[in-house]
Design a protein around this ligand. Structure first.
Ligand code: GLA
Length: 367
């Protein structure tokens, strides 16, 4: 184990340590970076898929628990099909019929979700080994991950240079900054796929967590979870989270959209302020522990997913398994299938432009 940033003479400074996390099947060594802030909160991140492996934050009495699902070993991530904690790209979420047109040219992508492309394809960014660099930021500890996605990878045009920087701040926030540049016109939509359970990973379902989403509309889907193109008002539907509402309160309602998703698996259209800075997208409270998660982002959408495809069969951390609805995801993003939906905000990145988005998961507690 190597200490990379000074722990300092006093415990009020954070620290970062690096540990070997094993080798990929093709022999590449992978590390685990453990970022600790001055209050003792801790984020462990691997450069395999850029996954957040664990995230320990306090409850209202200061007790730290790990609030994200994950695996104890690299093998877990190599075999993972649920994207636990991972960076998702080049295109997070679905692209219909795994194809899109740019400047009159049709690009055929790898199909890995029925007829569609999901989360970057067969070998998305979640299965890549990223180059890592650690440093102390002004407000916490950072690990910067870089990856070059080659022209044609999974069918996407252009070499894409991607950098994702995770910072665990001293205020108990995990900030994620995504940047990318391309040498050809392409599409990009990056997100993080952490599965949260604010009572602790492996502690049961998340149906009692209270959720607020700053959205007046969501994007209804068809049977393959591709948006129909409609922006539908949440008012009067089980998708209305204007007021804090238990995730499980309406999840089994006889609602066409909930049936199609097997629960919530939908993109919400965030009420975005004009200035385009980071703004509050969603808030979740776990009443028993008092833990609160706020999601701040520069993105126009968030995929609220209730772990409907988790099946409890794959062993997770500390001997836990993760049955259906044992966690929720709030994947900040541009809307699914945007490359084929001219009315959705554009995901096109031109050469010479810089893709840059920020999402921060802020943790606090409530009495
Ligand atoms: C996203 C999708 C879901 C599912 C998960 C990963 O949230 O919208 O349908 O594919 O990722 O299992």
């Amino acid at each position: 184990m190597t200490t990379l940033a000074p722990t300092g003479a006093t415990p009020q400074h954070g620290s970062t340590t690096k540990k070997p996390f094993g080798k990929t099947p093709d022999g590449q060594p992978v590390d685990l970076f453990v970022l600790t802030n001055k209050g003792g909160a801790e984020a462990s991140i691997t450069n395999y898929g850029g996954a957040v492996v664990s995230l320990k934050v306090p409850d209202r009495n200061g007790k730290l628990v790990d609030v994200v699902l994950g695996y104890d070993t690299l093998d877990g991530y190599v075999n993972d099909k649920a994207y636990l904690g991972a960076i998702v790209g080049r295109y997070g979420n679905r692209i219909a019929h795994a194809q899109f047109v740019l400047d009159g040219k049709t690009y055929a992508l790898a199909k890995n979700n029925g007829d569609n492309s999901l989360h970057g394809g067969i070998k998305g960014f979640n299965k890549a080994v990223w180059t890592a660099k650690t440093f102390s930021a002004r407000d916490g500890q950072s690990v910067e991950l870089s990856y070059l996605s080659k022209d044609g990878e999974e069918g996407f045009p252009g070499n894409l240079k991607v950098t994702v920087t995770y910072t665990l701040t001293d205020a108990n926030a995990l900030r994620i900054e995504y940047s990318a540049t391309a040498d050809k016109k392409t599409v990009v939509n990056l997100t993080n796929h952490s599965y949260f359970n604010l009572a602790g990973q492996g502690s049961g379902d998340i149906l009692g967590h209270l959720l607020t989403i700053q959205a007046d509309q969501f994007t209804p889907v068809d049977s393959s979870l591709i948006p129909t193109g409609e922006l539908r008002d949440v008012m009067g539907t089980p998708f209305d989270f204007h007021k804090p509402t238990a995730i499980g309160a309406r999840i089994n309602h006889d609602d066409e959209q909930l049936k199609l998703g097997g629960g919530y698996d939908h993109n919400f259209v965030l009420r975005m302020p004009m200035d385009h800075g980071e703004y509050l997208a969603a808030r979740v409270l776990e009443p028993a522990s008092g833990r609160v998660l706020e999601v701040w982002t520069t993105e126009p959408g968030v995929q609220f997913y209730t772990g409907n495809f988790l099946d409890g069969k794959t062993p997770g951390k500390g001997g836990h398994t993760y049955p259906r609805r044992n966690a929720f995801c709030l994947e900040t993003q541009h809307f699914p299938d945007s490359p084929n939906q001219p009315k959705f905000p554009s995901v096109v990145l031109n050469p010479g432009e810089r893709y840059h988005t920020v999402t921060t998961y802020k943790f606090s507690t409530e009495k």
